[in-house]
Design a protein. Sequence first.
Length: 202
Amino acid sequence: MRIDQASSQLWPSTSLERRNSSRVGEAESKRRDPADKSVGLEKPLSREDQQQVEHLKRRDAEVRAHEAAHAGAAAGLGGSPSYSYQQGPDGRRYAIGGEVQVQLQRGSTPEETIRNAQTVRSAAMAPAQPSGQDRGVAAAAAAMEAEARMELQKAKQETRGTDDPLVLAKLETERRQTYGSRGHEHVQTSCGFCARAVSRYG
């Protein structure tokens, strides 16, 4: 899994790729020339080659399942899996590594940011055996969620009190003492009196 840096201004691009530790550095073998007459007339594989093919088959299945788990959990914030391949002794290509790009981005509200972060964190930890880099993306998403929750809590504290009956009663008493019986709707965001009173009573 990889965080798409173009879609996230908070976190650096991190590549979370499933790789074969023993074969990562090998360049992908070229396909055979279709004009080569030896194609289709291959010699039986040696026991060693057969063992390598079986290893590549298992690796291919593991990589595809791992990346499919990422993609399935990422929903609209993730892309399709992409793979790196190695050609086996049988001439077939097997996936030995892969990645899914995911957008770790803030939403228009703290609530949306929290949802996005939770989706990314779930996607990062979706495989049966998350890699170290998968866990890194999950940690980045958790940090974004924590920051959004702090913003949400701060917003609630700034507006706290206007729906509290006790605070409303104190506001009404002080308003009448200050302004008399004139009608007034207590709105902290648009009324200086309410803002000052809530800061004292909230």
